[in-house]
Design a protein around this ligand. Structure first.
Ligand code: A2P
Length: 332
């Protein structure tokens, strides 16, 4: 079996560490791992696969000196903008977790359960969608057969989505310290403010959910609106998703359709207290769906509750699945 050299860019960060964990768990066919981060961490060692790996400073010279087949990026948009093309020019396929390349027409935006075929038209960079979009489209994909007309997203997003700094703000906030990453305290609070505000009053996170859902589902006419909220949860995003359909449906049949969907685990037995929560989803790869019920205010529609670990399926697992798909589809 062919083995690959894999670079992790941002290896010391929240998602970078999870990349390493998921690659090890999945026994990824790697012959070598190259761990890149900023000058702050260069020279430090990270234990991985039973041996210490020295962190390499991310510079053009070091990328050229250390050629690789696949580069998994999670080091912020600016780093992806500046360095992903250099990896691609040096023969790697980049799988980028930032928002930098997601809406670029030359860059596929991929959730392997939804649009794996888009991987085939890559030009050196493949984008990993926003964490809240990934879990939403996994749950929406099986419902396409009812003709999706309109989607209303309301999210309850964990602090780990804001990286190590977000995590520290909740940990320290619970001890009474002031936030450093978030604009207001997150402990005991909810912030309807993820990423920056745009001119139309929406946040960039909300706009990302709208645009990325359309691109991944290949349906640019979909009507979508979103409100995204940071909540004092360490791991796992929860989403209330309201979907309106063109066609009528039978609720039991719709639930069976969801249950058969790729990457979905149904947890929908409210009479027995069964529904997904972020604590339950922590460190799991699937998207958990529950509270599926008819929206009685429209002719044909539902509400559902969708939960996933934002650092796993929402980031690292999805990226590693794309890397696995590159191999399975014979692209590398
Ligand atoms: P470093 O640890 O050297 O700062 P998180 O989002 O969890 O805070 O992680 C961000 C990751 O991105 C870290 O691994 C961080 O490395 C890395 N990173 C941030 N800025 C740069 C940069 N300019 N060049 C390379 N890596 C960077």
């Amino acid at each position: 079996m062919k083995k690959y050299t894999v670079a992790i860019v941002g290896a010391t960060g929240m998602v970078g560490r999870k990349f390493l964990q998921v690659l090890e768990e999945r026994d990824f066919p790697a012959k070598e791992y190259l761990l890149f981060a900023s000058s702050r961490s260069a020279g430090k060692t990270v234990d991985f696969m039973g041996k210490p790996h020295t962190v390499i400073e991310l510079t053009e010279e070091n990328i050229k000196k250390n050629p690789c087949d696949i580069a998994l990026f999670s080091a912020g948009g600016g780093t992806s903008r500046d360095f992903a093309p250099i990896f691609a020019q040096n023969g790697a396929v980049v799988i980028d977790n930032s928002s930098q390349w997601r809406m670029d027409d030359n860059v596929p935006l991929v959730v392997p359960e939804v649009n794996p075929e888009d991987i085939d038209r890559h030009n050196g960079i493949i984008a990993n969608p926003n964490c809240s979009t990934i879990q939403a489209v996994v749950a929406l994909k099986p419902l396409e057969k009812y003709g999706i007309k309109r989607i209303v997203y309301s999210t309850y997003q964990a602090v780990s989505g804001a990286g190590m700094g977000g995590y520290a703000d909740l940990e320290n906030g619970l001890k009474g310290e002031a936030p450093k990453k978030f604009p207001q305290p997150i402990a005991g609070n909810c912030l309807p403010h993820i990423d920056v505000f745009m001119d139309n009053g929406y946040t960039k996170e909300e706009i990302k959910m709208v645009n990325e859902t359309r691109k991944i589902m290949g349906n640019y006419d979909l009507k979508i609106t979103a409100t995204t909220v940071r909540v004092p949860v360490f791991h796992g995003h929860s989403e209330s998703i309201n979907v309106e359909f063109e066609k009528p449906f039978d609720l039991a049949e719709l639930k069976a359709t969801l249950a058969a969907g790729k990457g979905i685990v149904m947890m929908d037995d409210p009479a027995n207290g069964v529904y997904p929560t972020p604590l339950f989803a922590e460190d799991k790869d699937e998207v958990f769906v529950g509270r599926v019920r008819r929206d009685e205010s429209v002719e044909s529609g539902i509400n559902m509750w969708v939960v996933a670990d934002n650092i796993r399926k929402g980031a690292a697992t999805n990226a590693v699945q794309i890397a696995q798909a590159l191999i399975e589809r014979g692209i590398i």
